[in-house]
Design a protein around this ligand. Structure first.
Ligand code: HEC
Ligand code: HEC
Ligand code: HEC
Ligand code: HEC
Ligand code: HEC
Length: 447
């Protein structure tokens, strides 16, 4: 009877909640209710019914209250016909409700809302970074689980462990990377990208603002040789394995390229020894495709380039970076920025208060985008391995120190990975030749 009650309650609720399941559920609590609680109640009820029947049957049998012989089962018996119609109708109905709720549960758990918002504090840093990433329209599960039932089940099993870790408050802050047992890129990234396709060089410019009073802007211009970079590590017949000596894979004393072994000068052993090895794939360079956190200098440069922080305010670059590095919490950031001008440039402060205020708000936005005190995330907590300016990145291997037995090194030649067309120049000739203004007047749209 309890089972019937539960199934009926769940069935009626299902009918009422049915319209909400046709849209993507943007409210995590409504999602938990319809996609998880409802099926749980429904299936619990369904399981209780046969259990009840069996218990009753056992009890009656033990009491000996059953007749020793039942009347023969014939189709002409009206009771049997009614029972068959009843059971048949409700089985079909239950199959419809059951398969629909199972389907919505699975697709809900695949959704960005479920991954990003259900455990709000825990996932907030990754979710925030993700929304500003080139993959903001790619579901979390496309990279973290990928296709196929086997990884789905694996993910749900580790999910149960994570639910306990959150409930008992035993999870690590920040969440450690690299993610252990992340599915190989071959089966996730390469469902959408394939390395052979990225064969073209790419011209890249970036603007760096100096620490001086006038925030002098300088340009880097490089031609990134993406085709060479990709094919050097990923083409048919190349296999690179490496052995990092630290948890974060930032120090790499041993690299094997097909049959050639490159070793750091102070690393004696021929093999990886006690270190765990890893075969290089997309994620060893693109380790933050969806969750890149920036360092203060770089994010301030970008905000100034986008005119979010005014580059005509004296010492705007230096002040922004100092405020960001010193701040412990978001709320104090705008006032710290403003008080610099109040104290040191009272005339500027009184004349350009709006400009200072909106710049201060943008500095705060940089803080909110990158720093998450509740999760222990401060500047540089998650190194980005693409490049070599902020973190060791490419230079973990291309350090001009590791050598093979013949003394050949993994190159650090500045023009192997890119042609450096201009480095920190205020008006690079290459850009004028291309007809590009070094500092266009129109503000770039904010990303
Ligand atoms: C384009 C692929 C991609 C997408 C989409 C993606 N991630 Fe990730 N994520 C990664 C990679 C790669 C790493 C591992 C970095 C490493 O191991 O160094 C990672 C790491 C993480 C980590 C571990 C902590 C950290 O920052 O390294 C968390 C938590 C995480 N992702 C959550 C999410 C959530 C939540 C979403 C959706 C809102 C999401 N991810 C979407 C690729 C992705
Ligand atoms: C479900 C498909 C999908 C998956 C899986 C996926 N990506 Fe992407 N990726 C995209 C799309 C779409 C874009 C283009 C976004 C744009 O141009 O706005 C993109 C863009 C990129 C870019 C260019 C970023 C830029 O700044 O322009 C890189 C690098 C990249 N992906 C790497 C990866 C890596 C590494 C993985 C695996 C961890 C991965 N992607 C998984 C769909 C995917
Ligand atoms: C050795 C390091 C390395 C590996 C391994 C690597 N990439 Fe890249 N990839 C780069 C660099 C460097 C760039 C240029 C980044 C930039 O534009 O700032 C790049 C650019 C890209 C882009 C953007 C292309 C464009 O035109 O903007 C995509 C997409 C991409 N990689 C996907 C992948 C995928 C998928 C894999 C794995 C099959 C992979 N990469 C493996 C270093 C690597
Ligand atoms: C895990 C180690 C490792 C990392 C990390 C790494 N590489 Fe490499 N790379 C190698 C090895 C090994 C070779 C082949 C050296 C040889 O020729 O024997 C190589 C070769 C190259 C080549 C070809 C060099 C030539 O002389 O033709 C380029 C270009 C390159 N890497 C770019 C990059 C870039 C860009 C990054 C960072 C985004 C990067 N690599 C990160 C190990 C690495
Ligand atoms: C192993 C490959 C490799 C080598 C060797 C290398 N670089 Fe780079 N460099 C990169 C990559 C990849 C990027 C782009 C990173 C990104 O996408 O943000 C980069 C970016 C840069 C930038 C631009 C930073 C910015 O964002 O404005 C400068 C400047 C630079 N490199 C200087 C050098 C100099 C100087 C050398 C020689 C000592 C050198 N690089 C050697 C791979 C390399």
């Amino acid at each position: 009877m309890i089972g019937v009650g539960l199934v009926t309650t769940a069935g009626i609720s299902w009918l009422f909640l049915l319209p909400t399941t046709f849209h993507e559920m943007s409210n995590p609590y409504l999602g938990i209710l319809t996609a998880m609680l409802l099926p749980a109640v429904f299936f619990l009820g369904l399981a209780l019914i046969p259990l009840g029947i069996w218990l009753r049957w056992r009890g009656e049998k033990a009491k000996g209250s059953y007749p020793t012989e039942f009347p023969p089962l014939t189709w002409s018996s009206p009771q049997l016909r009614r029972l068959t119609v009843f059971v048949g109708t409700f089985t079909v109905l239950n199959l419809i409700i059951g398969s629909h709720t199972t389907y919505s549960a699975v697709s809900y758990m695949d959704g960005v809302t479920f991954c990003g918002l259900t455990c709000h504090t825990v996932m907030q840093p990754e979710y925030t970074a993700y929304q500003a990433s080139p993959h903001s329209r790619v579901e979390c599960t496309k990279c973290h689980i990928g296709p196929g039932a086997q990884w789905f089940v694996k993910a749900k099993i580790s999910g149960i462990r994570q639910v306990f870790a959150v409930a008992l408050n035993t999870y690590e802050r920040p969440i450690p990377t690299p993610v252990r047992n992340l599915r190989p890129a071959r089966e996730t990234c390469e469902a959408c990208h394939w390395p052979q396709k990225y064969g073209e060089d790419k011209l890249r410019t970036s603007t760096v603002y100096s620490d001086d009073e006038s925030n002098t802007a300088k340009k880097n211009v490089l031609l990134l040789r993406i085709g060479v970079i990709h094919s050097a590590h990923l083409r048919e017949g190349v296999k690179i394995t490496y052995a990092p000596s630290d948890e974060k894979r930032q120090v790499i004393p041993w690299v094997k390229y097909n049959d050639t072994v490159y070793r750091a000068p102070d690393y004696k052993s021929d093999g990886p020894g006690a270190l765990t090895t890893r075969e290089m794939d997309c994620m060893d360079c693109h380790n933050r495709p969806a969750h890149a956190f920036e360092l203060p200098e770089r994010s301030v440069d970008r905000a100034m380039w986008q005119r979010g922080i005014s580059s005509s305010l004296p010492f705007a670059k230096k002040t922004s970076v100092e405020v960001l590095k010193a701040a412990k919490e978001s709320a104090g950031v705008p006032s710290a920025f403003e008080s610099f001008y109040q104290k040191n440039y009272p005339a500027v402060y009184s004349q350009r208060r709006e400009e200072i205020r909106s710049s201060a708000t943008r500095v705060q936005a940089i803080f909110d985008r990158n720093i998450f005190p509740a999760m222990g995330i401060t500047w540089g907590a998650y190194p980005n391995n693409l490049g070599h300016n902020d973190f060791p990145g490419c230079f973990r291997c291309h350090d001009d120190a590791k050598a093979d037995t013949a003394g050949k090194k993994i190159t650090q030649d500045c023009n192997t990975c890119h042609s450096l067309l201009a480095m920190e120049e205020s008006s690079p000739k290459i850009l004028t030749d291309l007809g590009v203004e070094a500092e266009p007047a129109a503000a770039k749209p904010a990303k």
